[in-house]
Design a protein around this ligand. Structure first.
Ligand code: SF4
Length: 364
């Protein structure tokens, strides 16, 4: 059994860590690229949102490398995500790619089914070993998030653009290679130490932006055209509404680890949206309110075109904007999107925020 899984940003690091800890044979697909997208667009249904197309491309590329078993996430909400694993499986089978599929539904909904499916993957590994592997994978995701947050902080301050990112790539590799909690800890500490040495312009005027939206577009830099990096170049400190370890902790580990900075998004969203609409629509609103209350200068919502939960959130964001007087930009992406257009919109948006801030200062 050679197991593969679709990409979503740095998610491959904890997933690979988990499966390797269990001595399972895995094939990580090549990072998402234009070739991946072309494959997904060619074979995926036109109406499907971008994550399905890219996931399909990932799975085709992994099959060509010899993978024969897929682990995919399933969904139980009102959006199309719940159907996707089935659709992908059918398309792959029509293309002649025979895959064994293991769809993992969130355990907070069907715990028994989740355990049965997991047993099929883990083979002879004991449950004790599986628990250790899950903890190890979580620690990897947590380490990645610590480093990501540090890089998000440094980008608008670094003296030479790109310094933090070149160190970041190296640290990700060492976290990915770590085979034990000790080596993981070492890799993280060394990474923080290196990032602390990045020369900074401490007097830079930094704009703080909350990045909200759908999980895939938030976490996968290929679809967001590296939006965080581009905003960093414009002097922006980005904070996302969603970090991988927080998502794993709340959705897969039922908050086994203590929550640190995550906001009570459902409470915050209540005056605007008081029920689950699928995907991360409610988080988008809750975090928009949370960021606005914390004095962020602006918000950027990013989502795949036609993403139903984010369209709902989009229609409610003008009320948040009005109540908190915070600028909000919404960006939808699909296979037709281009980087040049995105950069123009980002530059105009950040320019507007800077001007508003300067005017406020003059008035005061
Ligand atoms: S959350 Fe949005 S992008 Fe994700 S599957 Fe649902 S509709 Fe598609």
């Amino acid at each position: 059994m050679k197991i593969t899984f679709p990409h979503m940003g740095n998610m491959y690091i904890p997933v690979k860590g988990l499966l390797e800890y269990l001595n399972l044979d895995i094939i990580v697909p090549p990072p998402s690229s234009q070739k991946t997208l072309n494959l997904g667009v060619k074979y995926g249904p036109e109406f499907a949102c971008l994550p399905l197309k890219l996931n399909l491309g990932n799975l085709i590329e992994a099959r060509e490398l010899g993978a024969d078993t897929i682990i995919m996430a399933g969904g139980v909400g009102p959006c199309r995500f719940g159907l996707y694993s089935q659709i992908e499986k059918e398309i792959l089978s029509d293309l002649g790619y025979v895959y064994d599929c293991l769809v993992l539904e969130p355990p907070d909904k069907h715990l028994g089914q989740f355990i049965m499916r997991l047993r099929k993957i883990i083979g002879t590994n004991s449950w004790g070993r599986v628990i250790e592997a899950i903890k190890f994978a979580y620690q990897k995701a947590y380490a990645v998030d610590i480093i990501e947050k540090k890089v998000q902080y440094l980008r608008p301050l670094e003296k030479k653009v790109g310094t933090a990112d070149s160190i970041y790539r190296h640290i990700l590799n060492t976290i990915n290679d770590a085979q034990s909690i000790n080596s993981l800890q070492e890799a993280t500490n060394l990474g923080i130490l290196k990032l602390d040495q990045v020369p900074q312009n401490i007097n830079s005027e930094v704009i703080r932006i909350g990045l909200i939206g759908e999980i895939y577009t938030l976490l996968e830099p290929f679809v967001s055209f590296d939006i965080e990096k581009e905003l960093g170049k414009l002097g922006v400190h980005v904070t996302r509404s969603l970090y991988l370890s927080e998502w794993i902790n709340s959705h897969l580990l039922m908050n086994y680890y203590k929550k640190e900075h995550s906001k009570p998004f459902a409470e915050l969203a209540k005056p605007y949206l008081n029920y689950f609409v699928g995907g991360h629509g409610r988080e988008t609103i809750g975090y928009a309110v949370g960021f606005a209350q914390e004095g962020y200068h602006g918000l950027i919502q990013i989502a795949p075109l036609t993403c139903m939960p984010e369209i709902i959130a989009h229609t409610l964001l003008p009320r948040v904007k009005e109540n908190y007087r915070i600028p909000i930009l919404t960006i939808y992406v699909d296979e037709q999107s281009g980087k040049a257009g995105l950069l123009t919109r980002l530059e105009a948006f950040i320019d507007l925020i800077r001007r508003q801030n300067n005017n406020r200062r003059i008035v005061q």
